[in-house]
Unconditional design. Structure first.
Length: 251
């Protein structure tokens, strides 16, 4: 870590690109690096995970370096503040509070956050507005559940899913696009709730399906090229046949 921070200090002085960077200019790259890390994690590629963790760490240290230059904070402040927060939010480890399960820890976590001097004033205010919608839905539901706003039995969520699908179908039949869009959002929200209740991360689940679709569609496209044909020249039946071949091969 010391070597890394020394190198960053030198780059900030001697490299024209590093020298000109600001919080604003780094932000888009930071988002990209986090997504690249997420790709490596979902692929369980250990070599890439290690590499991408380094890239994310670079951005953390870079922001801390800029903070040091403005006299606001440095890397030590970042680490110390994080350490203080971890100790404060884990009284079951560093204090006398009892928490035997991960669920109890999560419930305590939200209550503790509200007690922090600079904590969020409301339960949901801590959910970043810029989060992707699917992740945001999961987080707001999770936070609400941690204070008791949840189904008594998780199986009850399926009645809600069916209700929302019915309301969507009604608006589609009525040709009301605006209301149909709102009802479709309700379907997605209720399905995210179902995923949460069954301890499935909906964003991870959807990305796995995205990757599966890409692999199978790529198989179809590859075989169409081998046949000297374009996909648009193939019938749906022909494409379905290749798709099923891909499934049988475990793609």
């Amino acid at each position: 870590m010391g070597r890394f921070l020394d190198i960053l200090d030198e780059l900030r002085v001697k490299c024209p690109w590093d020298r000109k960077q600001t919080n604003e200019s780094l932000r888009p790259n930071t988002i990209e690096e986090v997504y690249e890390l997420c790709d490596a994690l979902i692929q369980d590629n250990k070599k890439e995970i290690c590499k991408e963790l380094g890239d994310v760490l670079l951005h953390v240290a870079f922001y801390a370096k800029i903070g040091e230059e403005t006299g606001d904070f440095d890397m030590a402040d970042v680490c110390n503040r994080l350490s203080d927060k971890l100790v404060f939010r884990h009284p079951h480890v560093f204090g006398d509070t009892k928490a035997e399960t991960a669920g109890q820890v999560s419930q305590n976590w939200e209550q503790i956050k509200l007690k922090e001097k600079d904590g969020n004033k409301t339960i949901l205010s801590g959910v970043p507005s810029a989060l992707p919608s699917l992740i945001k839905a999961f987080r707001v539901q999770e936070k609400a559940a941690n204070v008791g706003f949840d189904w008594a039995e998780r199986e009850q969520v399926w009645d809600k899913v069916k209700e929302e699908i019915g309301e969507f179908q009604t608006e589609v039949a009525n040709m009301d696009k605006e209301k149909a869009e709102a009802e479709f959002g309700d379907i997605l929200f209720s399905l995210v709730n179902a995923a949460r209740l069954y301890r499935i991360n909906p964003d991870n689940a959807l990305e796995l399906t995205n990757q599966k679709f890409i692999r199978r569609f790529g198989y179809v496209e590859e075989h169409s090229i081998r046949q000297g044909r374009q996909l648009k020249e193939m019938t749906l039946s022909e494409m379905d046949s290749l798709w099923n071949e891909a499934k049988k091969q475990g793609l």
